[in-house]
Design a protein around this ligand. Structure first.
Ligand code: ZN
Length: 163
């Protein structure tokens, strides 16, 4: 959508073109007709330039809007990510997750989040999935579909971590 000032400029050029076309119609001398034609060409060039500038300005506004959205997302993530700490989920398991810090703000039940999604700037809570009638246990990420076999650590569950 054109901004109001761009509409005003477009209307001004349309009026100028209409006036110059009227002058060209009533001009009788070749010298006046040549001047009117030159004026017409200048106005058309100015109209084209204004249109190009409007397109550039709109592109810059779109870019600024996109960057503002990205900045908001990053700032939200920065305040979220500090509520978590990287831990080994179960002793000697080699399974690393981010766990909710005890002092992490509004109360939420203890939970683990996905390390890959954390690195991508996204919070995704790992979900326990039982297969084979509960004989196997996986920690799965609903976002990136990472699936961690935690069968050997069937009793483990998320706890808050201290700072
Ligand atoms: Zn994930």
């Amino acid at each position: 959508m054109m901004d109001p000032s761009a509409v005003t400029i477009a209307n001004t050029f349309s009026n100028l073109i209409r006036i110059v076309q009227g002058l060209r119609d009533v001009a009788t001398s070749a010298e006046v007709k040549a001047c009117v034609t030159e004026l017409y060409d200048i106005i058309i060039a100015g109209q084209q330039s204004a249109l190009e500038n409007n397109i550039k300005q709109q592109a810059m506004l779109d870019r600024i809007h996109g960057l503002e959205e990205e900045l908001g997302r990053v700032m939200t993530w920065e305040t979220t990510k500090i509520r978590y700490a990287l831990i080994e989920a179960m002793p000697n398991s080699g399974i690393y997750v981010y766990a909710r810090k005890k002092s992490g703000g509004p109360s939420e039940p203890p939970h683990w989040i996905c390390t890959k999604c954390y690195q991508d700037g996204e919070l995704s809570i790992l979900q326990v999935q039982h297969v084979l009638h509960g004989r196997q246990r996986f920690l799965t990420c609903p976002r990136c579909k990472t699936s961690i076999d935690a069968t050997r650590y069937i009793e483990s569950k998320p706890e808050y971590v201290s700072e």
